[in-house]
Design a protein around this ligand. Structure first.
Ligand code: UD1
Length: 316
């Protein structure tokens, strides 16, 4: 019997989506390593009986190998996200995103894991002259967060070339969907928009709202992670994990208002330091080499996410 897969950050919004996808795809059990700093037990509530939740911190290097089954596929999603948070206070995200990733790779190597799939970030590109962004472009991080996530990619690549540990890095492009927490000043923009549209409030858009993002539905990302865990001949590589489209924040807010049948004018505030202007993935390599096949259009993803927040009793 093959070892149970491991998901670091598996109690988080994207991680718990991946845990559910792994269980639905037939994994009898999944090991979750999460320090519950932003992850929540509730995110795994309905699958708790099939999840081994290890409350542990990636900064505790010594404790990690014992949590990873030999020969497992490890999905490394644990991180302290957010561009503005990394600018306000760079040390904690440095420690988790770089040192924690290093510790995880060391533990994975010690346990002879089959592969590490790493959640890298589209922020690594910075502002490119050309869209869509493809993996051959030179990275140009604009924030500590972007630099940290890029360092994780480099570590994955050298653990593959120097130590023979198979790794695949996926550059996530603005993932959204159910369970994304709107409750922090650093929450992803779509969770904030969802909260605003359901409570009849105007969102604050940073800048002119003409910046654009390749918003990617969480289930599509979870499926791509699983494909990256299995695909042949991809060790050491980096792939975009996006939808391939881009929408401005102004368009996105209007779309959400239309879906919910309300009309609310947004407010505009100062632009955010470290903000990327436009983001759009070229998904050619992921489609060709990993079998990436995003199933959810942006509008469909918005509808599903809005329905989830509404059914979850939002606002609380
Ligand atoms: C970045 C990465 C993304 C990564 C995420 C992790 C890019 C292009 N994307 O997301 O891949 O997963 O970090 O944190 O680098 N905004 C508002 N009002 C708000 C909140 C945000 O206008 O209330 C704006 C931001 O200024 C930004 C956009 O919405 O222009 C998206 O912000 P956010 O959701 O925080 O994600 P990114 O920083 O784009």
């Amino acid at each position: 019997m093959s070892a149970a897969p491991v998901v670091t950050g598996g109690a988080g919004f994207i991680g718990s989506g991946l845990v559910r996808a792994l269980l639905e795809a037939g994994a009898p059990r999944v090991v979750v390593i999460d320090n519950l700093s932003s992850g929540k037990r509730e995110n795994l509530e309905e699958v708790a009986g099939r999840v081994d939740l290890q409350v542990a911190d990636l900064r505790d290097a010594a404790g990690l190998p014992g949590l990873i089954p030999e020969g497992a596929v490890v999905y490394h999603l644990a991180a302290i996200p957010s561009v503005p948070r990394s600018i306000a206070d760079p040390a904690p995200s440095h420690e988790v995103n770089i040192n924690g990733t290093f510790n995880l790779l060391m533990a994975a190597r010690a346990r002879g894991v089959r592969r590490v799939v790493y959640a890298a970030s589209s922020s690594a590109y910075g502002d490119t002259e050309v869209l869509p962004k493809e993996e051959g472009m030179r990275p140009a991080p604009l924030s500590p967060y972007a630099a940290q996530k890029l360092m994780g990619e480099y570590y994955c690549s050298v653990f593959s070339s120097c130590f023979g540990l198979e790794t695949v890095a996926l550059r996530f492009f603005n993932v959204f969907g159910p369970r994304q927490d709107p409750g922090s000043p650093y929450s992803g923009v779509l969770s904030v928009f969802m909260k605003c549209v359901l409570t009849g409030q105007a969102p604050t858009i940073h800048g002119d709202g003409e910046q654009s993002r390749d918003f990617t539905y969480v289930q599509d990302v979870a499926e791509l992670c699983m494909k990256a865990g299995q695909a042949a001949g991809v060790a050491g590589r980096v792939f975009n994990a996006g939808n391939g489209n881009r929408y401005t924040l102004n368009e996105t807010w209007r779309m959400l208002c239309r879906i919910h049948g309300v009309e609310i004018e947004p407010q505009y505030g100062a632009s955010r330091p470290g903000d990327v202007r436009h983001s759009q993935a070229d998904v050619t390599a992921a489609v060709r080499d990993l079998g990436h096949a995003p199933r959810f259009s942006f509008e469909e993803g918005l509808r599903r996410t809005l329905a989830w927040y509404a059914a979850a009793g939002f606002p609380e």
